[in-house]
Design a protein around this ligand. Structure first.
Ligand SMILES: [Mg+2]
Length: 302
């Protein structure tokens, strides 16, 4: 495994000798980053992807309990595993740490083999948790984001547009005469088409906050924050899907498989109503279907 792929473990301890000893112990298991107090620990966690934290309970200013409380009250950090490392061997302290949400507890002076084994176990759990999280956001058939992932990203994007006024492009995209395609060519061919269409649509969502997701059945949703060129993008997608050259004998619009798109460019006011934006896209998509399919219609609400 290359250093890039190693999980990152944050060691927080106010005493340098403890930090160094733990870092030396774990250097083959993971990438180690260090913090000497609570404030810099929280900063490290905000800045990079940390898989596990070894947290000293007893530190001046902000102690480990307070750091743990803050980690658990922030939705971005609530799932990071924390192992409490402490010299306070009384059961009450152990209990307090675990009640606050620590996944494990190591007493000082640390026993090297025990620390290594526990860190290894918890890194494996973290890896499994991350994998499950990724799968729960992914559409199994096409490999692109699923509706759940879209809903989360869409709510965040709407919030951002309401705060900043930057436009938000949103479009519903539907495969034309897909039911007929499935009936005629079979479900296996239908699934294959959905995968190929998803891949083609994905090329339009390349920037960090862009998203293409499978919304359900043969319906996809495209979200392009701070983009006002939605019409152009959708026109190109219609062309790109037709250019795949997938024969569709049962289509009334084209001998090749096509898509229809209905979109809006939302602004400060309309982004306050996310549900309504989705309904608008659906209505506009219906309009695109009723006026001949294989086309994109966009309404500017910005
Ligand atoms: Mg200490």
């Amino acid at each position: 495994m290359s250093a890039m792929n190693l999980p990152t473990v944050l060691i927080v301890d106010d005493e340098r000798i403890n930090r160094t000893a733990l870092a030396e112990l774990l250097k083959d298991e993971c990438r180690v980053v260090l913090a000497k107090d609570g404030v810099s620990a929280l900063q490290r966690v905000a800045e990079e992807r940390i898989s596990l934290i070894l947290l000293d309970a007893s530190m001046p200013d902000m102690d480990g309990y307070e750091v743990l409380r803050r980690l658990k009250s922030n939705e971005k950090t609530v799932n990071i595993g924390v192992i409490f490392v402490t010299g306070q061997i009384e059961e009450a302290h152990e209990e307090r740490g675990l009640l606050l949400g620590a996944v494990d507890y190591i007493a000082k002076p640390v026993r090297p083999l025990l620390v290594k084994a526990r860190v290894r176990n918890h890194l494996e759990l973290a890896r499994q948790r991350e994998e499950l999280e990724r799968l729960s956001m992914q559409d199994a058939l096409t490999g692109i984001s699923n509706r759940r992932a879209f809903n989360q990203a869409f709510m965040r994007a709407c919030g951002n547009t309401v705060r900043t006024g930057t436009p938000l492009g949103l479009a519903m995209i539907d495969v034309d005469y897909f039911k007929r395609f499935n009936d005629f060519y079979g479900h296996g061919a239908g699934d294959d088409v959905l995968r190929r269409v998803a891949q083609t649509l994905g090329k339009a969502a390349q920037r960090p906050y862009d998203m293409i997701a499978r919304y359900g059945g043969e319906e996809f949703v495209l979200m392009l924050p701070s983009s006002i060129a939605l019409q152009t993008v959708l026109d190109r997608l219609c062309e790109a899907v037709q250019a795949l050259g997938i024969p569709h004998e049962q289509s009334e619009v084209s001998p090749m498989l096509t898509i229809s798109c209905g979109g809006v460019v939302a602004g400060y006011d309309s982004a306050k109503r996310p549900e309504w934006l989705l309904e608008r896209c659906d209505e506009i998509l219906y309009q695109a279907k009723n006026t001949g399919r294989n086309r994109a219609i966009v309404h500017d609400l910005n």
